[in-house]
Design a protein around this ligand. Structure first.
Ligand SMILES: Cc1cc2nc3c(=O)[nH]c(=O)nc-3n(C[C@H](O)[C@H](O)[C@H](O)COP(=O)(O)O)c2cc1C
Length: 215
């Protein structure tokens, strides 16, 4: 499976980056191909709300603005699964994530008559990386859930992470991506003889550190 991991943070060493890296490692351990991008590294304008409210997003499913949006839209099209990782700002996804998804929703949610959204039927893991309080992490995930449904993605998991839960929740992200990359249930119930050429899935790698008695 080709998995696109989308983060949006200015901090290369922060929690969002750590969650993105856990997702990337999960995809690799799930014997799949990972592509990790950070929306903050891209030139993304906000929606121009063309004409009476709609531009070519409605009919042509493309945005008129000239920036990196089209290239990113193609990356979503090429992916077979998505991991969406955002920092929590004011209980919501980041501004970079919202600027991008506002436009993606306009282009993709209006597709019909056999034309598929770039998320349609694809498994999606959403991660909200919050601060110490964790306030608004669940609200942020609820907004992401709404977006996944509007784009007709297939929710796989929603994971809140805070500084306090970082150690075990980055493991959860890793394991969620390993599980997401597993061959579909139908394939795994095939007789062994019919699975020629298919690799057997490994158990998720655990990195749990046991406490020493005097710690
Ligand atoms: C503008 C702004 C708003 C924030 N709002 C929240 C919030 O509502 N709830 C929360 O738990 N943390 C909040 N935080 C903290 C970030 O979610 C937290 O630092 C997170 O780890 C950011 O990811 P990063 O490590 O990639 O920078 C906020 C941070 C910023 C900069």
């Amino acid at each position: 499976m080709k998995v696109l991991i989308v983060t949006s943070t200015p901090n290369k060493e922060g929690l969002t980056a750590a969650c993105g890296e856990a997702a990337r490692q999960g995809v690799v351990d799930g014997r799949s191909r990972a592509r990790l991008i950070n929306l903050n590294d891209h030139n993304l304008l906000r929606c121009a709300v063309c004409e009476d409210g709609w531009g070519p997003c409605r009919t042509k499913h493309r945005c008129r603005l000239e920036d990196d949006f089209g290239e990113l839209q193609t990356m979503f099209e090429e992916a077979e699964g998505i991991a969406w990782v955002t920092p929590v700002y004011f209980g919501e996804p980041s501004e970079a994530m919202k600027a991008f998804t506002d436009r993606l929703r306009r282009c993709e949610a209006m597709k019909k008559d056999g034309s598929k959204s770039v998320l349609e039927g694809k498994p999606v893991v959403c991660v909200a990386a919050a601060g110490g309080s964790g306030n608004g992490a669940v609200h942020c995930l609820a907004e992401m859930e709404r977006l996944v449904r509007q784009l007709r993605g297939t929710p796989f998991d929603y994971i809140p992470v805070t500084q306090k839960t970082r150690e075990y929740q980055t493991e959860t992200i890793h394991d969620a991506l390993v599980a997401m990359c597993k061959p579909k249930a139908a394939e795994s119930t095939m007789p062994i003889s019919a699975r020629k050429g298919q690799s057997r899935s490994r158990k998720p790698r655990r990195r749990i550190r046991r406490r020493k008695p005097n710690e």
